[in-house]
Write a protein of this length. Structure first.
Lengths: 167, 211
């Protein structure tokens, strides 16, 4: 005949395993399932992202004299597939011009891996933050405006990533 | 006379310290490399902002009577005029930034800016305009000193806190150490004048009660 001894230790173990099962049953599906169902969420436009935008900037080899690298990726919402040949427009207040001036704007296309990279003049702080502007505005997908901020004005590169959803 | 000598030395020290607290940040900002890439209107707007912060330091010094050689009457007169100058500097600051980049200024004024410092600056601006307008209309409105203080003191606190937060969070032409020092001076003098006003009032209240 076995006697079940309920002491403090196995009581705590039992209790915590009940808690853990509870968490596993409710918490984990709550965390994982929506992500699995919806996939990669589309990027929202950032506030102020569209400021001083000039529609239709030309595709250029580089903006001005260069020296600073803007790079990033463009993927499709849901499955995260890289999107090739997407036109990304880039502008900023740089050592060669203010944000609204035409020479501060340029565009580039993503490669087969959905990556883009455009050389431009050094971004300098404007309106209190060193930041760049990027736009996807070609119609096939919903328009997105990004406004990434540099951690320091001394940095010579900046990244921004797009996840686009069909328009 | 050693006492008189010490007093005049102390008086000069206070004025020199004030001149340095405001002059050094302005001079260092004038040497900023950022200026090379800014247009004249943007530069003017930036300096109007720095000067405005300097005036925010002068205001509590004047009203607290901490500046030697100024009678309490002249201190109050100067406080009025500098209050007007402060409102004017804010107008130049905002107008210049509006001309430089209208969409960024509209975002700031509508509290939709991505920059964390903008709402502090805009809130301080409205507080400055409110105080300036009420000061102009004070006699017409028949506001008594007590009522006026109930209105002005909270707004003054908003102006100081908002201006300091606004300034500290901005990455621009101001040099960091001189900027932090000016902001610390603004906060310290404001706390002192508030404490002194409160003490004076409780002392006066106490003596009236005893009479």
């Amino acid at each position: 005949m076995t006697k079940v001894v309920l002491n403090r230790r196995n009581f705590l173990v039992a209790g915590s395993s009940v808690l853990a099962t509870g968490l596993l049953a409710t918490g984990v599906p709550g965390l994982l399932l929506p992500a699995g169902a919806n996939g990669l969420a589309p990027t929202d436009s950032m506030s102020g992202g569209a400021n001083n935008y000039r529609k239709g900037a030309a595709i250029v080899e580089r903006i001005g004299k260069g020296g600073f690298w803007m790079s990033g990726t463009v993927r499709r919402a849901g499955d995260g597939a890289p999107l090739a040949g997407q036109r990304i427009q880039i502008w900023a207040h740089t050592t060669e011009g203010q944000e609204h001036e035409p020479q501060s704007h340029g565009a580039t296309l993503t490669d087969k891996d959905g990556k883009f990279r455009l050389e431009m003049p050094q971004i300098i702080p404007i309106f209190g933050q060193p930041h760049g502007h990027l736009a996807y505005d070609s119609g096939e997908f919903k328009t997105v405006f990004l406004r990434p901020v540099m951690r320091s004005a001394k940095e010579t590169s900046l990244e921004a990533h797009f996840v686009l959803q069909p328009a | 006379m050693p006492i008189k000598g010490w007093q005049s030395a102390r008086a000069s020290l206070i004025w020199v310290a004030l001149a340095l607290a405001i002059g050094v940040p302005i001079a260092l900002a004038a040497g900023s490399e950022q200026l090379a890439w800014r247009g004249p209107v943007y530069i003017l707007a930036g300096f109007a902002g720095i000067i405005a912060l300097g005036l925010v330091l002068v205001q509590p010094l004047l009203i607290g009577g901490y500046l030697p050689g100024l009678s309490s009457y002249r201190g109050r007169r100067a406080h009025h005029w500098i209050g007007g100058a402060l409102a004017l500097m804010v107008v130049i600051h905002v107008a210049g930034l509006w001309i430089t980049s209208p969409p960024d200024m509209i975002d700031a004024l509508t509290y939709t800016s991505p920059t964390p410092f903008s709402p502090f600056g805009v809130t301080a601006m409205w507080a400055i305009f409110t105080v300036a307008l009420l000061a102009l209309l004070r006699r017409r409105l028949g506001l008594r000193l007590r009522t006026w203080r109930i209105v002005h003191i909270p707004l003054a606190i908003v102006i100081v806190a908002g201006s300091v937060a606004h300034c500290l969070l901005i990455e621009g032409t101001m040099e960091t150490i001189s900027k932090v020092a000016l902001c610390a001076a603004v906060l310290a003098v404001t706390v002192k004048v508030m404490v002194d006003l409160w003490r004076k009032r409780t002392l006066r209240g106490g003596s009236i009660a005893r009479q």
